[in-house]
Design a protein. Structure first.
Length: 372
């Protein structure tokens, strides 16, 4: 029989299936700018509601943008649990079907402001620090501002800081050798990838990387990174493969072609189909480190900036990343689950937990908050 449900009924049914709190579609009549906002989970204090997540400029197709925002908002809910903060998870996508002009950036700022503070955001993929300044001229709910605007600068630096600290734990407890002896392959030399490459070279690691932008490759090469073509980076022989560009880059069928021991990246939602790809990787003996734990120090910096803290504090607090990774490794060893399953069991949403294999009961996760 033909499905007679209208768009609102279909959307609400999908929200119920996915455990989503709110989906907003926005259109600016002056510029034609369109945006999608997904709130996966929300924190409540009295009459105040809040949910945090980045705003990216991506995708020409609204359905792809919605799907992306849904997965990213879920990742933010998980990261809030990793950091132990009372905060919901959300994500907005400004649809990249037109030029990124100043009026469009103003419209994006107005759209953020219209949410009245329930949605707090930071710039993400497709927006530069300069764009952040323009967007911020229209809203007071944008973190991740530049230093000259009394912000803490790019969150990519703190994301990389947490990742390197996480790599120390992974090299010691998973690879069984010091980090400086590890070979690392990085996909993407943007805000996260470049900051990560710099830190790893400084540690003495052998770093290989790729980016579609030749200028970024030249810059990385000048600090000692070996550059390979973008189509070769995922199949490099390496101890750690670190995807730091787009999500969904590792598909189940790709597992057979990989030559790394561990996948530990900064990109959100690295695995195309989380459960199936994790299974395929496990079959090949490749360990996947949940990215929502490893890259959570970017979100942490935005939270520190919001309460008026300093860069130094954000860098110091990023020690939470190796602590959480250690918890995930311990939980995985106790339950016989993969690191991804263990990470979801410890930090996933209620909806997430219905999608993983039932495991043995573990100690309650009390006391996981840090003072941000
Ligand atoms: P960015 O836009 O600064 O960098 C992305 C880089 O990837 C660009 O240099 C781009 O040229 C490159 N790239 C794109 N396609 C590529 C390909 N096929 N091969 C090689 N390189 C390619 O973005 P970013 O802020 O560094 O974020 C990177 C990823 O990390 C995103 O998935 C983002 O959501 C995630 N993330 C970022 C932060 C943060 O603090 N910025 C925090 C957590 C997660």
């Amino acid at each position: 029989m033909k499905d007679t449900k209208g768009p609102a009924a279909q959307l609400l049914e999908m929200m119920e299936q996915e455990g989503i709190v709110q989906i907003s579609l926005h259109r600016d009549s002056r510029t034609g700018m369109k945006a999608v906002l997904v709130i996966d989970s929300v924190a409540q204090e009295g009459r105040q509601f809040s949910a945090s997540g980045g705003t990216r400029f991506a995708h020409k197709d609204p359905d792809t943008a919605l799907k992306d925002a849904m997965r990213l908002a879920r990742a933010m809910s998980r990261k809030a649990k990793v950091l132990g903060v009372q905060e919901g998870g959300a994500k907005a996508v400004v649809i990249a079907d037109r030029e990124k002009t100043v009026p469009l950036l103003h419209a994006a700022g107005d759209f953020i402001q219209m949410q009245g503070g329930t949605f707090r955001t930071a710039i993400d993929l497709g927006f530069s620090m300069r764009d952040a300044t323009t967007i911020a001229s229209r809203t007071s709910f944008l973190d991740s501002l530049s230093h000259c605007q009394k912000g803490l600068g790019s969150t990519g630096e703190n994301t990389a800081e947490g990742m390197v600290k996480g790599f120390e734990t992974i090299s010691r407890h998973v690879l069984g050798k010091p980090l400086k002896e590890c070979t690392i392959a990085i996909q993407g030399l943007g805000a996260v990838g470049m900051a990560l490459a710099k830190r790893l070279v400084r540690k003495g690691c052998k770093v290989t990387a790729a980016d579609t932008c030749s200028k970024k490759c030249e810059k990385a090469s000048s600090i000692g990174v070996t550059i390979v073509p973008p189509e070769e980076i995922l199949t490099q022989q390496a101890d750690i493969l670190a995807p730091c560009a787009l999500g969904g880059v590792i598909r189940p069928e790709a597992a057979a072609t990989l030559r790394c021991k561990v996948i530990a990246g900064g990109a959100n939602n690295i695995l195309d189909d989380e459960t199936e790809t994790d299974k395929a990787l496990t079959g090949r003996g490749i360990i996947f480190v949940p990215e929502f734990v490893l890259n959570s120090a970017g979100f942490l910096q935005a939270l520190v900036e919001r309460r008026g803290g300093t860069v130094r504090e954000a860098r110091q607090l990023s020690r939470i990343v190796p602590e959480r990774i250690q918890e995930v490794i311990k939980h995985s060893r106790m339950t016989g689950k993969t690191l991804l399953e263990a990470g979801i069991e410890l930090f996933g949403t209620e909806k997430d937990k219905t999608q993983i294999r039932p495991g043995r009961k573990t100690k309650a996760n009390a006391n996981r908050a840090i003072a941000i």
